[in-house]
Design a protein around this ligand. Structure first.
Ligand code: BES
Ligand code: ZN
Ligand code: MN
Length: 500
């Protein structure tokens, strides 16, 4: 699929399908007026005859228009106001891409990037358009035998009227395509079933990144024995019951040679299958636990994004992969584990495994003196209950960091919402025999999970994203959403001081 920004003479457009916005007051695009004149007022006549044509998202097709090479014109309604809001714009773009897809139109040129939308400049309009198109056209076909019958859109050209918008549009397209790449690879990894996507598979994929981006990325892999030898007992214990043993991949992206100390660490929970272990889960919907590595997938996507754009940052991405299975060798409820930090944990539920993996990795990264550490995890069912599939949860020990993340979420539509880490909740995690327990009971369990992690993050600014409700959909179709790759990419863009 190819996307291009164009600024050519209208006369030369020979694309099979030209997409134009039309509003009631007809003042939206100058292009529209030029177009209309060229067609000897043909388009305007039709609009006058059919007065509903401008309703938001309404699509009308015109064929064989006089004086136009393009043999199909797609008019999309843009309402009756001078300016659209963001939601309306999203609706319009979604309708157009759906239509093109359903009607198998492979090539089109769009005049929608300069529709006036409240608070959105050309950069953001293109970002939004590409995000919608990317999500609509994504398919996971790794396991479909017949791949030839899948329809693909080949080319979309975006026409820019104003010359001065051209540069911003090009930058936006570049950013958008890199985000799309990161998001799609994250979706692919998450959608891949657990018999293929094992901890080793994730480690191999991490190695691939360093082969592809030789000048900026180096990857180091730790196998289960090495994880144990490092003293990461909690992490090691989670993978003990599985034949697919644990691997931790450290993906080091280095491009800010001036300030080594400004390290951003992204840690992804990579449980390739979470059966619950000895505290086994009910079998209904257990297949969805293949997505329990979505945090790791998002970290992978974000690093790929940074490398694609050569962002001037130092980022360490950690893929903390394990499989949680019941077995004679599994860790058990009642076990007490000594974490890498030296603190002890009583296991009261082997299904609270994510925090056990993460706590050791959080301690492990202390030695690199990170400026910021963000962990991304499908951590608790409670977060799904609290926030549904609209917002991911964010919990942190630093207000500025939370605000930065929330801001990135707002900009990208990849929303997050903060839950409080009041110290009063800590008592939920008390244990009779160890420093604390790994579960905090039914109440506020997204918070107690994050508080558990907070015991290991005292040395740096830290935020935790609980993406249990947002990482995949299970309504119409079970599929990874690629969240929160967009948010993370935006956060990294902001950190590299990119503003437009
Ligand atoms: N991976 C799950 C969380 C999860 C559950 C995500 C359902 C999405 C949908 C996690 O490892 C887990 O099992 N958490 C338990 C913790 C509990 C035992 C304290 C949970 O939330 O039920
Ligand atoms: Zn889990
Ligand atoms: Mn679990």
């Amino acid at each position: 699929m190819k996307f291009r920004i164009k600024n050519t003479n209208l006369k030369k457009i020979s694309s099979p399908c030209t997409v134009l916005g039309i509003s009631k007051i007809n003042k939206f695009s100058e292009k529209f007026n030029i177009f209309n004149k060229k067609t000897l007022n043909y388009i305007n006549d039709i609009i006058l005859k059919r007065n509903i044509i401008w309703e938001i998202g309404k699509i009308t097709l015109l064929y064989d228009i006089p004086n136009i090479i393009s043999n199909l014109i797609l008019l999309v309604g843009c309402g009756k106001n001078k300016e659209l809001n963001k939601k309306e714009f999203i609706r319009i773009i979604s309708k157009v891409i759906n239509f093109l897809y359903k009607n198998r139109i492979q090539n089109s040129c769009w005049f929608l990037t300069e529709l006036p939308v409240k608070n959105l400049n050309i950069y953001w309009k293109i970002r939004i358009i590409l995000e919608i198109i990317g999500d609509r056209l994504y398919f996971f076909n790794m396991f479909k035998t017949n791949k030839t019958n899948i329809f693909k859109i080949k080319k979309i050209n975006f026409y820019i009227n104003e010359k001065h918008n051209l540069k911003e549009a090009e930058i936006s397209l570049k950013h958008s395509l890199s985000i799309l790449k990161g998001k799609n690879i994250a979706k692919d990894l998450s959608n891949t079933p657990s018999n293929v996507c094992t901890p080793l598979y994730l480690a191999e994929k991490s190695k691939l990144l360093s082969e592809k981006y030789k000048s900026t990325i180096t990857t180091k892999i730790f196998n289960a024995n090495q994880i144990k030898e490092l003293g990461m007992n909690a992490y090691f214990s989670v993978g003990k019951g599985s034949n697919n043993s644990s691997y931790m991949s450290i993906i080091n992206y280095q491009k800010n040679l001036k300030s080594h100390e400004k390290l951003i660490v992204l840690i992804g929970k990579g449980v390739t299958f979470d059966s619950g272990g000895i505290s086994i889960k009910p079998s209904k919907n257990m297949d969805e636990m293949k997505y329990d590595m979505s945090g790791a997938a998002a970290v992978y996507g974000a690093i790929l994004f940074a490398a694609e754009l050569n962002l001037p940052l130092n980022i360490m991405g950690i893929i903390a992969a394990s499989e949680n299975m019941p077995d004679g060798n599994s860790f058990r409820p009642g076990d007490v584990l000594k974490t890498l930090s030296g603190k002890t944990v009583e296991i009261l539920d082997t299904d609270a495994e994510g925090r056990l993996i993460l706590c050791d990795v959080l301690t492990y990264v202390e030695q690199f003196n990170p400026d910021i550490v963000i962990d991304i995890a499908t951590l608790t069912g409670a977060c799904v209950v609290a926030l549904g599939n609209i917002a991911s949860g964010v919990m942190s020990n630093n207000k500025n960091l939370v605000n930065d993340l929330i801001q990135s979420g707002k900009l990208t539509g990849d929303k997050i919402w903060e839950l409080p880490l009041y110290s009063e909740y800590k008592k939920l995690l008390t244990s009779d025999i160890a420093d604390f327990s790994n579960v905090g009971g039914r109440q506020a369990s997204a918070i107690s999970a994050a508080l558990f992690l907070s015991f290991f993050t005292e040395k740096y600014k830290w935020a935790h994203l609980d993406i249990a409700g947002t990482a995949w959909t299970n309504s119409k179709k079970k599929e990874s959403t690629g969240r929160p790759v967009s948010l993370l990419c935006q956060f990294l863009l902001n950190k590299s001081n990119f503003t437009i």
